[in-house]
Design a binder for this molecule. Structure first.
Ligand SMILES: C[S@@+](CC[C@H](N)C(=O)[O-])C[C@H]1O[C@@H](n2cnc3c(N)ncnc32)[C@H](O)[C@@H]1O
Length: 266
């Protein structure tokens, strides 16, 4: 590790990443939902901390009758919103803790959606099972081999299918995760792909977040057979004052915090 304490950038294996991810999201599920649940809603599709909603963005196109897989669904509010638009969603997450919240929210609002516990690296569905795959900040930043996820998504999509995912905008990698003034100074090389790792005293990773440059993301999509249709960089809306971790009005007015990739599977 190059940083002090138990935080820094270093390579991790797939297994370390998966283990850390499951443990982290199970342990963090209650806190995550307590902090962000109201912002995300029980049955709403919010793409990012900037507050862009699918209802306004329409990135997924026509939804009626579509078979849609939501990856890294968390409490599955997006899947419930999709169900309300006449789609047939399946919500998938690695974390049982997150899926517990998904089941509770479905029961609370009377909108059941199928929930699946699985790793996005190995989707338990046959080829061509879905018309659309989507995720808001799920799975992609937390897997060591996101190129493999792109291939899995391509496999489970029909020809003509659509893949839309939001992630932290790669430019954020060069700054500290700080919503204030300290988060305005570049301190880390954009081209350093080693993941951000928090580890315990014995060196076991407890939280891993991966970085790809914009070019890396496009190359992974193209290598999996996708055609990139759009790269949406939501602007920080006037009057939106809510801070989400490192996302804040201060930073949002200066540079993008989210990248949403919209890709077609020919
Ligand atoms: C930042 S949360 C986003 C949750 C939800 N999409 C939202 O907008 O609130 C990331 C989610 O990705 C899930 N996740 C992480 N690694 C995953 C993997 N390899 N496969 C599937 N889900 C994963 C986590 O369990 C967590 O629920």
């Amino acid at each position: 590790m190059e940083s002090s304490g138990s935080v820094g950038r270093r390579p991790v294996t797939d297994a370390e990443s998966r283990h850390a991810g499951r443990r982290w999201w199970d342990g963090d599920a209650d806190a995550y939902q307590a902090e962000h649940g109201t912002f995300l809603g029980d049955a709403d599709f919010v793409w990012c901390p900037e507050g862009l909603r699918e209802a306004d963005a329409g990135l997924l196109g026509d939804l009626s009758g579509k078979r849609i897989l939501e990856l890294g669904c968390g409490a599955a509010s997006c899947a419930r919103w999709l169900r309300g638009r006449g789609a047939h969603p399946v919500a998938l997450d690695l974390s049982a803790g997150m899926l517990r919240h998904a089941a509770a929210a479905s029961a609370r609002c009377g909108v059941p959606v199928p929930l699946v516990q699985a790793d996005a690296m190995a989707l338990p569905f046959p080829d061509g099972a879905f018309d659309i795959v989507c995720t808001a900040f799920g799975a992609i930043p937390f897997v060591a081999d996101s190129a493999a996820v792109m291939r899995e998504v391509a496999r489970v999509l029909i020809p003509g299918g659509l893949w839309v995912f939001s992630v932290t905008h790669p430019i954020r990698w060069i700054f500290l995760d700080d919503p204030g003034e300290a988060g305005l100074t570049a301190v880390h090389p954009y081209f350093d792909r080693r993941p951000y790792v928090e580890q315990d005293v014995s060196g076991v990773p407890t939280y891993v977040e991966q970085h790809r440059t914009l070019g890396d993301r496009i190359r992974e999509l193209v290598a999996a057979g996708f055609v990139l249709r759009d790269l949406v960089e939501p602007e920080w809306p006037e009057g939106h004052e809510q801070i989400w971790g490192q996302w804040s009005p201060l930073r949002g007015r200066l540079f993008p915090g989210t990248a949403i990739f919209v890709a077609d599977r020919p």
